[in-house]
Design a protein around this ligand. Structure first.
Ligand SMILES: *[C@@H]1O[C@H](CO)[C@@H](O)[C@H](O)[C@H]1NC(C)=O
Ligand SMILES: *[C@@H]1O[C@H](CO)[C@@H](O)[C@H](O)[C@H]1NC(C)=O
Ligand SMILES: *[C@@H]1O[C@H](CO)[C@@H](O)[C@H](O)[C@H]1NC(C)=O
Ligand SMILES: *[C@@H]1O[C@H](CO)[C@@H](O)[C@H](O)[C@H]1NC(C)=O
Ligand SMILES: *[C@@H]1O[C@H](CO)[C@@H](O)[C@H](O)[C@H]1NC(C)=O
Length: 202
């Protein structure tokens, strides 16, 4: 679980590159319904980012200790994205992938909610994240319909049974850190998609 915090500056850099790239594109006509969909996704991602930053009420010391535990959720996507991937993005492929990843995160967060509930940890933050991920998948689903793309089906997951509060915390941290990477990636992708679709800047 070494992605964070080292990769955050790199992710911020990526977001800036996306901004720069966006400014080089001209903006003639735009597709209103598509632009509205992309625009509605942004606040959902911002709220998710809030959850992914939460430290689950741990002290720095506890956090480091738990974060040092091995990561175990192979079913969560490891998002690796370069500036080249961003600038050569195809709308159909990236919307499908955004949908697929947000659906995966939603399933993991729902599982985490059940895990935390079982060991009497607060489930409130996971409920919020689950709600925003659900909204995001709905919006991405509508986008896929708009661009006449198939909605990818998420195969059933087999996630472990969680029996201790420690395990639930390890998984909470793993999910929130990967979710943070997902949020940066989604924000960058949305900026590019908005530019490619010539959406007006706010
Ligand atoms: C993030 O959380 C803080 C504190 O919980 C809250 O004040 C802020 O409005 C939240 N931001 C978003 C975008 O939800
Ligand atoms: C996505 O669209 C491009 C053209 O814009 C096309 O070449 C490519 O095959 C499409 N990919 C999929 C998976 O449909
Ligand atoms: C996706 O959108 C279609 C049409 O807009 C709708 O019929 C379907 O129920 C939606 N599915 C999900 C999972 O949101
Ligand atoms: C917007 O784009 C979608 C998908 O490409 C298309 O179905 C729709 O007709 C477009 N609307 C306009 C106003 O161009
Ligand atoms: C939580 O408990 C229920 C009921 O015992 C069980 O079915 C479920 O798998 C548990 N969830 C996790 C993530 O361990």
């Amino acid at each position: 679980m070494k992605i964070i915090p080292d990769s955050i500056p790199r992710l911020v850099h990526l977001l800036l590159l996306a901004e720069l790239f966006v400014q080089t594109l001209s903006r003639p006509t735009h597709n209103r319904s598509l632009c509205d969909l992309f625009r509605s996704m942004v606040p959902q991602v911002d709220k998710l980012m809030n959850f992914s930053k939460s430290r689950h009420a741990l002290t720095d010391e506890e956090f480091r200790e738990i974060a040092a535990a091995d990561h175990r959720l192979d079913s969560l996507p490891e998002i690796k994205l370069t500036a080249t991937d961003l600038t050569s993005m195809k709308m159909n492929e990236s919307v499908s992938q955004l949908y697929h990843f947000s659906d995966l995160f939603r399933l993991h967060v729902d599982w985490l909610k059940s895990a935390r509930g079982n060991v009497s940890l607060p489930t409130q933050p996971t409920e919020g994240a689950s709600k925003h991920l659900l909204q995001l998948t709905h919006l991405l689903n509508s986008t896929l319909h708009q661009i006449h793309e198939e909605v990818p089906q998420t195969p059933p997951l087999s996630l472990p049974v969680v029996s201790t509060a420690f395990d639930a915390l390890v998984f909470s941290i793993e999910i929130s850190e990967k979710l943070q990477v997902f949020c940066f990636w989604t924000k960058s992708s949305l900026r590019i998609l908005q530019a490619q679709s010539h959406c007006p800047r706010r």
